[in-house]
Design a binder for this molecule. Structure first.
Ligand code: PLP
Length: 353
């Protein structure tokens, strides 16, 4: 019977990157070539002279609970970017295997594939239906070499959230052939729930979560790969031994407690309300051709001249993201505070229609 582990690169099936030193911080540590004294000003729990905990247990327990999975189903990484890279390196043999992406999407999937020497196939989202996902299109684009299918929901940069039924159909189509990686970087801003509960049904499903967006912790680089325990087991053997700095783990732990959740949820509600205000206001600006409905913390707007709009915003000290390729003449605008959004809108109102 084929298992999901048969998809792992053949040369990595028995491989462990490094046998990390025992991490007991209370013991007398004469085994890791650390300096025995703390650096000046270090008052943290675990001295910064010590290597961090290899796989931080308390944070892992907390996030597993938050995401509704077992601890054995979660691996903490340096942001989702690290998780994406790890997945590509683990499952795609260079010069042989392929990655399928649903464009327009987040650029790191193709970037990580290029770095690894994996070929990239595209199954474009349907521009005629606000970039919705069609499971049949994805199924038809699967080839024998496809090892990973990346789907981003809500999608960056379109803001589209994909229906569970479509994602489930793709998992079925890819069964025994490829992993389906659903990147939920923006799911906290969406009206649909996470699909981590579908992990119980599909052993080829992988979900990516991050603290960078909704938790406001982009600066500490903390993400999670959530998957079946055999996939997590393999990734765990291949991830570097001490990926997460102790200080970052401490901050993440503090910022993700139950006590912090109330005020976070208020912030998410504020962003969702401001997203609506921003979209409505943009639609009223002559230089804006249209916007798309968004389930993330940004709005995609088609402009009559995106380059000029972005340059004008830049001159006034505002950064917006100008897009290219199929979305040329579009801007991706992050939802800021009400004042920040109003400031940008004023600038865009000054553009010629
Ligand atoms: C921002 C973003 C990420 C990056 O997350 P990090 O955890 O900061 O690496 C991942 N996926 C998508 C779609 C993003 O937009």
């Amino acid at each position: 019977m084929s298992t999901v582990l048969d998809l792992v690169r053949a040369d990595l099936r028995e491989f462990t990157l490094y046998d990390a030193a025992d991490s007991d911080a209370a013991a007398v540590r004469l085994h890791a070539n650390e300096l025995p004294w703390r650096p000046e000003g270090d008052a943290g729990e675990r001295g910064l002279n010590r290597y961090p905990e290899p796989r931080p247990a308390a944070l892992r327990r907390r996030l597993a609970k938050r995401y509704g999975v077992e601890q054995t189903q979660l691996l903490l990484t340096r942001g989702s970017d690290d998780g994406i890279d790890l997945l590509v390196r683990t499952f795609c043999a260079a010069g042989q295997d392929r990655v399928l992406i649903c464009t327009p999407c987040f650029g790191m999937y193709a970037g990580a594939a290029r770095l690894q020497g994996a070929a990239i196939d595209e199954a474009p989202l349907d521009a005629g239906s606000d970039f919705d996902l069609d499971a049949d299109t994805v199924g038809e684009a699967l080839t024998d070499g496809t090892k990973l299918i990346f789907l981003c929901s809500p999608n960056n940069p379109t803001g589209t959230v994909f229906q569970r039924a479509q994602l489930a159909r793709i998992c079925v189509a890819a069964e025994g052939r490829a992993l389906v990686v659903v990147d939920e970087a923006y799911i906290e801003f969406s009206s649909l729930p996470s699909i981590t509960d579908m992990l119980a049904e599909f052993d080829n499903l992988v979900v990516l979560r991050t603290l960078s967006k909704a938790y406001g912790l982009a600066g500490i680089r903390l993400g999670a790969v959530v998957a079946g325990k055999s996939v997590i087991g393999v990734l765990n053997r291949i991830l570097t031994p001490y990926p997460l700095p102790s200080a970052c783990v401490d901050i993440a732990y503090q910022a993700t407690g139950e006590d912090a959740l109330g005020s976070l949820k208020e912030k998410w509600a504020t962003i969702i309300a401001e997203r609506r205000n921003l979209s409505v206001a943009l639609e009223g600006i002559p230089a804006v051709v249209r916007t798309w409905p968004s389930e993330a913390n940004f709005v995609l707007a088609k402009m009559n001249d995106a380059r000029t709009a972005a340059a004008l915003a830049r001159r006034h000290g505002y950064l917006v993201r100008e897009l290219h390729g199929p979305l040329s003449d579009c801007l991706r605008i992050t939802v800021g505070t009400a004042d920040e959004n109003a400031g940008l809108l004023d600038i865009l109102r000054g553009l010629r229609a």
